[in-house]
Design a protein around this ligand. Structure first.
Ligand code: ATP
Ligand code: MG
Length: 491
């Protein structure tokens, strides 16, 4: 590709520097070289688009380069080069904000692709005004954006993140319990990107038999297996120039994880039974209701694949932690069914709405929709009354309140957390903004859960559906250990 983008290469091995330089110059980039981190930072200015730095260098290493760049030039993607076998360090670097990493020895093609992606990212970071958070916020109005309903603080944050990352090539990992709206979020990301005129292709990894997974993802050639009487493109090919949504990614068989990783890393693959290597330009969004970090820990999910997918984590909280959204959702769903079922229904009585709002909805919005559909179908009048609701809803009504609402203020929980990533209106990088928002949402949910359970860590962990241990770690990170009940704090 022709380009005059400028790339700064920092490496203490002159040979490697020369090789990289040669590859990149051939690709049409302008290359600046530095023999270590200090020299790289000296040369760095606003005209540099991407930095490639060795992680291990004497004097001033890649991590220090990354730290300085993240602070002073947050829009510049940093690609780390790591020695073979030290992926741990590289993963730490990506966690600390590096754009990506390349393991030595690398292929020319790998470099070419990662750099191309990084340049795209740098361009997006620089040219997209909505990629910055301002004090007035580009955060969307209360409801209705992207077909997603929600006025709770957490949903507002999520809308903000969607707007910031939609039009970037970054991979998004959407997590949340079943029925929380993960697929809707994936579609919103696609619709709000400049790929919206291109295909949005979904593959449900849980629904496809193991032995068909590869041909579904990558396609097959005639004669590849018994019954393959013709050739067929896979979902990656179908999604070219558009978005590929890998739903229920937690269910993908381990054998397929390696193949998927390669396709993601190199944007290329072969059809089953094919010899031609195919290249595609696909934006990936993955979703799961599983705790992938746990799956990584237990060896069921490859760590490298996890980090490839988890570039922008988007956690959709369960409905019980954002009860303030329920009335809006109920109105929206009634409206939807009024049209779909062609039934005359005007609305819902206040006391019936209260029952719906107080319910904990383990199946989240999908369950709410199902119950409302049934209720509307059997409703005796043009309004939904309390008596029309299923009995089990009317018995035990828990009193969970919305995350981030001042209700917890008597215990000092939940009300007064900062609501903006930056208070002073300075532009922050996309990654930082997303990270800050995600952390804020997470902290709010944890504080809220601790408030609800009066500081009982075990119960709070249950409510949040995470392990007690990871809750404790997160509480430590967020400085929430003072929220723990006395008899809990010892362990
Ligand atoms: N914020 C929202 N606003 C309006 N409708 C929503 C919202 N979130 C979810 N829904 C609706 O709830 C239903 C479930 O959403 P979706 O299929 O996206 O959830 P999911 O998390 O993918 O669920 P599952 O884990 O079961 O696949 C859909 O009909 C969707 O339109
Ligand atoms: Mg789904």
């Amino acid at each position: 590709m022709a380009s005059s983008s400028r790339i700064l290469v920092a490496d203490d091995e002159p040979n490697l520097r020369r090789v990289l330089s040669a590859i990149l110059t051939r690709e049409g980039y302008e290359v600046w070289q530095a023999s270590d981190g200090a020299e790289a930072l000296e040369r760095l200015d606003t005209t540099v688009d991407v930095i490639i730095t060795d992680l291990k260098m004497p004097r001033f290493d890649g991590m220090r380069v990354l730290q300085t760049v993240s602070k002073e030039y947050p829009e510049v993607p940093v690609i780390m080069i790591t020695a073979f076998g030290s992926v741990d360090n590289a993963v730490a670097a990506v966690k600390a904000g590096a754009f990506d990493y390349i393991e030595k020895p690398f292929e020319q093609e790998q470099i070419r692709q990662i750099v191309e992606k990084a340049i795209k990212q740098a361009t997006a970071n620089r040219s997209e005004p909505s990629l910055t958070l301002t004090p007035n916020g580009d955060i969307s109005p209360s409801t209705g954006r992207h077909g997603l309903i929600g006025r709770s603080d957490v949903m507002q944050s999520i809308f903000g993140i969607i707007e910031k990352v939609a039009n970037t090539p970054s991979t998004v990992l959407v997590t949340g319990e079943s029925g929380t709206g993960k697929e809707l979020v994936a579609k919103a990301l696609h619709e709000n990107s400049d790929r919206s005129d291109e295909p949005f292709i979904k593959i449900n990894c849980a629904a496809i038999p193991k032995n068909l997974m590869e041909s579904e993802l990558f396609g097959y050639e005639k004669g590849a297996f018994t019954g393959a009487t013709g050739s067929k493109p896979g979902r990656f090919e179908l999604a070219d120039k558009g978005t590929l949504f890998l739903d229920e990614i937690g269910e993908i068989p381990v054998e397929m994880q390696v193949k998927l990783l390669r396709a993601i890393q190199e944007s290329e693959f072969e059809r089953v039974g094919g010899i031609k290597t195919l290249k595609v330009d696909v934006r990936l969004i993955a979703a799961t209701n599983r705790d992938l970090e746990k799956a990584v820990a237990s060896g069921e999910f490859r760590e490298d694949l996890f980090y490839r997918l988890n570039v922008v984590p988007l956690m959709i909280p369960p409905l019980r932690l954002r009860q303030g959204d329920t009335p809006l959702l109920v109105d929206h769903i009634i409206e939807k069914f009024r049209h779909r079922l062609n039934i005359e229904i005007e609305g819902i009585d206040d006391d019936a709405m209260e029952v719906l709002s107080a319910h904990s909805w383990p199946g989240n919005i999908r369950e709410l929709e199902n119950i409302l559909e049934r209720t509307i179908l059997f409703c005796s009048d043009t309004r939904i009354r309390r008596a029309d609701l299923p009995d089990e809803l009317c018995v035990a009504t828990s009193s969970v309140t919305e995350a981030g609402q001042p209700s917890g203020s008597e215990t000092g929980v939940g009300g007064s957390l900062p609501t903006k990533a930056t208070a002073n209106g300075e532009a922050v990088s996309l990654k930082d903004a997303v990270r800050a928002e995600t952390s804020r949402v997470e902290k709010e949910l944890i504080a809220h859960a601790l408030g609800e359970t009066a500081g009982n860590v075990t119960q709070a962990a249950k409510l949040l559906k995470i392990s007690r241990k990871s809750l404790q770690m997160k509480m430590k990170d967020f400085g929430l250990r003072d929220r723990v009940r006395d008899d809990e704090s010892g362990n």
